[in-house]
Design a protein around this ligand. Sequence first.
Ligand code: S3P
Length: 426
Amino acid sequence: MIFTKKNSLNGEITVPGDKSISHRSIMLGSLASGITEVHGFLQGADCLSSISCFQKMGVAIENDTETNIVRIHGLGLHNLKAPTEILDVGNSGTTTRLMSGILAAQNFTSTVTGDASIQKRPMKRIMTPLSQMGADITSINGNECAPLHIQGKPLHGIHYQSPVASAQVKSAILLAGLYADGETSVTEPYVSRNHTELMFESFGVNIQCEGTTATVQPAAHLEAQKIIVPGDISSAAYFIVAGLITPNSCITIKNVGINSTRDGILDVCKAMGADITLSNVNDTIGEPTADITVRTSSLRGTVIEGAIIPKLIDELPIIAILACFANGTTIIKDAQELKVKESNRIDVMVQNLSAMGADIEATDDGMIIRGGKPLHGAIIDSKLDHRIAMSFAIAGMNAEGDTEILGAECVNISYPNFYQDLEALN
Ligand code: S3P
């Protein structure tokens, strides 16, 4: 795909459903009794991997791709079937880690693996706490990565102090905790996204959250629900930044999830002086939503560190692009987790933005970006990381000359119609 400079980007768009919530709806819907109906499901490859894994465990799941409504015929907590094939998670870390928490407690054995990226991502972070709960989970190649072999076992409740603020780790433990013989809690260094906790509550699970600790009681029964998935703020982020850095622009993104554990990008935009407003705020359902309007803005650098990092972890690649268009220096710290995402996002952002002429340097736990240097086109290797490809599409629309993105089709992981939606702006 080739991108060239735009003189304006205007319009109204609706981004697809939240990826984290879509995954969780399949998992909890499968474990509930009755039919869970999910509206606004994300038809991205990652969430389709979650569907196919649970189908392989006997769950009937109807996916109407026209309406984005998914109906899950839940089997109840204890009726998943032993899969007869490997559970293939594709590129999805969320499927791998959350599903492992469920598999650890089943009365069967399973094998979980995925693509080349998944087979490099750290799984020790879930293997350690799940093993403490009594799980039998091993890395088949002995490298603490997938493929994982999971022999279901009776589990014990634990109180786990997680070294990393990770919703995937927290959720794997909480899902295993549904099956434990007593209370299970997870304490994190900072609060990570709380979609599992909110969805547990709506399915009738006894879950308490206090500070950075979430505590779940063993469950006897989950009741099927209707779930309305809001637009994904992580997908909206590309249009937020596009509207702020492209001249003569005004973009409204409708119905975006603004859960306070996910909205760090809004705070960063405000700190940088962005013209960004929220309207139609709807706080009546568990996951609050709003329409977000952005206009071309004069921006200043900022420091992004500490507790806000988990609230914008997936947005840091596009925030790095934003920082190139701000006056002054932006420092991103405490973001070591970027190194173990779908690609090493510190290295990949620094290499590609340097190729475009940005003044950017990698640090141990983030990046330093000195904004204001004009970008020029370059050949961008996405490393098949969806968030890298989308970030550089926006950069390319604000650079002199041609920007060619290699592996651009990887956006299908979280946003299959990304390029069409971008094209529709004028
Ligand atoms: C996710 C949590 C985050 C995020 C990922 C989705 C989730 O990962 O990067 O895209 O749905 O729980 P970590 O919790 O491992 O940081």
